[in-house]
Write a protein that binds this ligand. Sequence first.
Ligand SMILES: Nc1ncnc2c1ncn2[C@@H]1O[C@H](COP(=O)(O)OP(=O)(O)OP(=O)(O)O)[C@@H](O)[C@H]1O
Length: 227
Amino acid sequence: MIRIENVSKTFTLHNQGGAVIEVMRDANLTVGAGECVALTGSSGAGKSTLMRMIYGNYLAASGRIVVGEVDVARAEPREILELRRHTLGYVSQFLRVVPRVPTLDVVAEPLRAVGVPGNAARARAEELLARLNIPETLWGLSPTTFSGGEQQRVNIARGFAHEYPAMLLDEPTASLDAVNRATVLSLIEEAKARGAAIVGIFHDEAARDRVADRQIDVSNFTPARVA
Ligand SMILES: Nc1ncnc2c1ncn2[C@@H]1O[C@H](COP(=O)(O)OP(=O)(O)OP(=O)(O)O)[C@@H](O)[C@H]1O
């Protein structure tokens, strides 16, 4: 479902005399349906960079990043948006708050975007918000004023609303209490059980050990260590 082949990445620092730094060379990784792969490696090894390349935020210098049928490294922006709508979800610990949109609609929006009727989308959003312990009194309000933890849980509900075939998880359990953390781990396991291919960064080792089928140390892809 997700196939990374010989991917390299350089950053050009335009504000520092155009210096070019190579942060990744020859990255290879395949994630099958129903599998969760955790990216590990020390700070600065390139975990976020690899995730951002898979999501199409960063452009790979070379290689292929195939998600479903699309090579993200070569796709047109329009194709990447389509891929993100239907196939590739991204869950981080931060909600990008849309002003004035009620929480229920924030969570239902990814379903509406793939054509799910309003009632069904809202029912799924309600189910997820309830599971993540967002009080019903907040569902009609914009999450702008919510606490950090509430916003994080709204973001997770939104990220899991549509059943994406491929998902990227960036610290999904960071700063959650034990009960909500357990819910998020269950959501990840349910996504795997329905066949989602998942790549994640989990600093929470116990969470990583529970949901990840394999761990890939991205330091193996940093140029200094390539033979
Ligand atoms: N936009 C950017 N411009 C320049 N360099 C960058 C950029 N993004 C990342 N880097 C560099 O790429 C390397 C990998 O960074 P990255 O954030 O992917 O590491 P990480 O493994 O996710 O680290 P952490 O665990 O600290 O989040 C670092 O040396 C970083 O300085």
